[in-house]
Design a protein around this ligand. Structure first.
Ligand SMILES: Nc1ncnc2c1ncn2[C@@H]1O[C@H](COP(=O)(O)OP(=O)(O)O)[C@@H](O)[C@H]1O
Ligand SMILES: [Mg+2]
Length: 264
């Protein structure tokens, strides 16, 4: 039977081919990896390329400021002038940002800088475990309802755990995933792995709650370090689980040498 599923590309040459063209639309995917393995870059690059096609994506950053992200992507050679990049640093600015995404004739990336928002609402109830999550949920709901937003990145799930200590993580995570699924956005949940990590996520249950897992890593090879990427799981997809070398050259991610020894 012909392949019917609509897919969102990862925009990594050679990697989309390993999963029938990309991630099924509306999937919730864990992007797991150690620090510096280019999780943020890969996810932002998806939003960037989708924005070049006129789509809107929301990038919620709990780790890095808007400025730091912006500098990094300019340095990577992404032409951010070709899309509409907006930041939410202050909740009172959401309407302005939504308006800009609605009226501009380019695709948009809306970056919610949670570090700034956190300072802004420090006085209101940050001590409350649930409030953080609610702030993020409300931003996502509003943007989803009022723009043509189709993609959502949470950078990172691990930072969210640090901010909102869960009393009962299994139950609370289940409801977070339910909420995200109900939003019907293609969602990328970034998960920081410890260097010796055998787990893709902090509690382990995210692995089976998620529809897909993409694993990025930095692997020492003699005295070099190679970047690697693989699909651990992708529901509704016939995927190649080989490990590929990941390279970023001339503004393009590439997955190479799947299943072979790296050519060093
Ligand atoms: N062309 C490039 N421009 C900037 N950084 C690059 C480039 N290629 C590779 N990098 C590396 O990307 C890494 C940061 O990627 P990032 O997406 O922030 O990682 P993560 O989110 O997994 O911690 C840095 O260590 C940097 O050296
Ligand atoms: Mg990052």
């Amino acid at each position: 039977m012909a392949e019917q599923t609509e897919r969102v590309k990862t925009y990594i040459q050679g990697f989309d081919e390993a999963m029938q063209g990309g991630i099924p639309k509306g999937h919730l995917v864990l992007v797991s990896g150690t620090a510096g393995s280019m999780k943020s870059s890969m996810c932002f690059n998806i939003l960037y390329n989708e924005a070049l096609n006129g789509q809107t994506g929301l990038y919620v950053s709990l780790e890095q400021s808007y400025e730091s992200l912006y500098k990094h992507f300019i340095n990577m050679g992404l032409k951010l002038d070709n899309i509409n990049v907006q930041s939410i640093k202050d909740l009172s600015k959401i309407d302005e940002v939504v308006n800009s995404a609605k009226t501009v004739d380019k695709g948009s990336i809306i970056i919610a800088d949670m570090g700034c928002i956190r300072k802004e609402i420090k006085d209101i109830r940050v001590g409350d475990n649930k409030s953080w999550l609610n702030v993020i949920k409300n931003i996502a709901k509003k943007i989803k309802m009022e723009t043509n937003c189709s993609l959502f990145v949470l950078d990172s799930l691990s930072a969210l755990y640090t901010l909102s200590r869960f009393e009962n993580p299994r139950v609370e995570l289940f409801y977070i995933f339910e909420f995200l699924r109900d939003m019907s956005l293609t969602t990328y949940l970034i998960s920081e792995m410890p260097l010796d990590g055998r787990k893709y996520s902090d509690y382990g249950i995210e692995d089976y709650l998620a529809d897909g897992i993409i694993h990025l890593r930095l692997t020492p090879f003699r005295r070099n370090v190679v970047r690697e990427i693989s699909v651990v799981k992708m529901r509704a997809t016939d995927c190649n689980n080989d490990v590929f070398s990941l390279e970023f050259k001339s503004g393009q991610f590439q997955a190479l040498y799947g299943g072979q020894n790296p050519l060093l």
